[in-house]
Write a protein that binds this ligand. Structure first.
Ligand code: ADP
Length: 485
């Protein structure tokens, strides 16, 4: 499909009761193409009253949807998987247009994002329970699983499809209705997905999508409504803490996928080429705009200069340009504000004495591009060694011993992903256990897999998405006490 036809095929209203609907306020907001700074489309801007309408719908259908046969829910998810896959090129181009990532990465996200629909269609029919005889023989213990009820899913802009399907898939599989509040920068992908769910027969009201420029008020209203039973959030730790505080009022179930500061540790005994390949993926994939992105590249001093030289060559060769251009290896940053915060981290580090090996500046001209960058020689107190960079900047720091490398890796309030490279099996087992992270990659630069539990510890979050763990986040455990047989 060409771009105008594609944009025209995307619903631009709020998704309410199974169709695109204007906001009750009549207001809209613009979605910007970050590669050009131009307006792609205008979408309805939800108000708190619109959010109440979505929760009315989610509540009205909750019992009926919870009572549908698991096989029926599974078949709808499977059909949605097939439909997204059939329109993979459209979804990929749409994500490239609204978020900026290069097309091959958008295609990768379509495959990854759709897989959550297939995976959870398979999980829907495997929701178990258990029975046991009470040890004293006084009765039978039956344990059953029930859907938690209406859910709110709040998603970020960096993976516009997958962060939605990773929540919608298990919610629908478990029998929950769900309201999605997509990121304001990238609402189009989620609206197209909602259309697809309607096309494959999801009953109206079970899924709503509320784009809004006023997330705090719209979400705040939903969080205060006792009919909402669960919130699943992917985004910054700061917003996660606000939501956790709000969730406390009604004692909501929560799943939180928050910020990260992934260490990427290269030991002297690593395979250098594998480590550089891994760093390119862990750092530069998605333009570095991933909560799992390598944030602190820690390299043992014996291999540090060789690693830095090779990585610098690879990064310097990356062509920056619009994501739809086949020549581009890296697209724009999502918006001017985000680019500004990346630039500030680099500029501060450089002012404090760090060395730019390549890149280090915003790209002049239209769009929000930033040069892929490698810097080293970072002072101990450089902010870039603590804060989440969320951009294509590889910040390299040396260390001497395994002990020191692990201690530096763990020296953060975050605990999402960690990566390390070594060819020594004993070290691999030891370090994997000692790293304080919810996910550890051994000699790998990409770890996400719909069949594996994704989640962080420390201030990176609560709960897991994906894997057999993912559906549990949408199920309550009920114990039924039966009389003795
Ligand atoms: P990022 O820094 O990646 O934009 P945010 O945590 O700010 O991460 O945003 C992630 C999601 O959280 C987005 O959908 C955004 O609209 C939403 N959001 C931001 N602030 C709030 C808030 N106060 N309450 C609820 N949702 C919010």
């Amino acid at each position: 499909m060409n771009v105008p036809d594609l944009i025209n095929s995307v619903p631009t209203g709020l998704w309410l009761n199974g169709r695109a609907t204007p906001s009750e306020s009549g207001r809209t907001f613009d979605v910007i193409n970050p590669a050009t700074g131009e307006v792609l489309a205008s979408v309805a801007n939800a108000t708190p009253a619109d959010a109440t309408a979505a929760l009315d719908a989610a509540s009205a259908v909750a019992d009926e949807w919870a009572a549908t046969a698991p096989r029926v829910r599974a078949e709808i998810l499977r059909a949605a998987f097939e439909a997204v896959t059939a329109r993979a090129d459209d979804f990929a181009l749409l994500m490239t247009l609204e978020m900026g990532k290069i097309l091959p990465e958008s295609r990768g996200e379509v495959a990854y994002g759709a897989e959550f629909l297939r995976w959870f269609s398979e999980e829907a029919v495997r929701i178990g329970g258990r029975t046991a005889t009470a040890p004293a023989g006084t009765g039978e213990i039956a344990v059953v699983k029930e859907p938690v009820g209406p859910c709110l899913a709040i998603t970020p802009w960096n993976f516009p499809l997958a962060m939605g399907t990773r929540k919608i898939g298990p919610a629908l599989a478990a029998g929950c209705s769900v309201i999605v509040k997509p990121a304001e920068d990238t609402p189009l992908t989620m609206l197209l997905l909602a259309q697809i769910f309607a096309d494959v027969g999801l009953p109206p009201g079970v899924l709503s999508v509320l784009p809004t420029l006023d997330a705090p008020t719209v979400v705040g209203g939903l969080m205060a409504d006792p009919r909402l039973r669960k919130v699943s959030f992917t985004g910054s730790t700061g917003v996660g803490k606000i939501l956790l505080a709000q969730a406390a009022n009604n004692v909501l179930r929560t799943s939180m996928e928050l910020g990260g500061s992934a260490p990427f540790v290269v030991f002297d005994d690593a395979d250098l080429d594998k480590a550089v390949d891994g760093a390119m993926l862990a750092k530069m994939r998605n333009g570095g705009e991933a909560c799992t992105a390598a944030n602190r590249i820690l390299v043992q001093n014996g291999i540090r200069e060789a690693f830095t030289t090779k990585l610098t060559e690879r990064v310097a060769a990356m062509r920056v340009g619009p994501g739809w251009d086949a020549e581009s290896a890296i697209g724009p940053i999502i918006n001017a504000k985000q680019r500004g915060s990346i630039a500030a981290l680099v500029d501060e580090a450089v002012a404090a004495g760090a060395t730019v090996r390549t890149g280090g500046k915003p790209v002049d001209g239209a769009g929000f591009f930033y040069e892929p960058t490698v810097i080293d020689g970072l002072p101990d107190d450089a902010r870039i060694r603590r804060d989440e960079i969320f951009g294509p900047v590889a910040a390299i720091v040396g260390f001497d011993t395994e002990e020191q490398g692990v201690a530096m890796a763990n020296d953060t309030e975050y605990g999402l992903a960690a990566y390390f490279f070594t060819e020594n099996v004993g070290r691999a087992q030891r370090v994997a256990r000692r790293l304080q992270a919810g996910m550890v990659g051994v000699n790998r630069g990409v770890i996400s897999d719909p069949a594996a539990p994704f989640g962080g510890i420390k201030q990176s979050g609560l709960g897991s998405e994906g894997g057999s763990e993912g559906i549990e986040e949408y199920l309550n455990t009920k114990y039924i006490a039966l009389p003795p047989v």
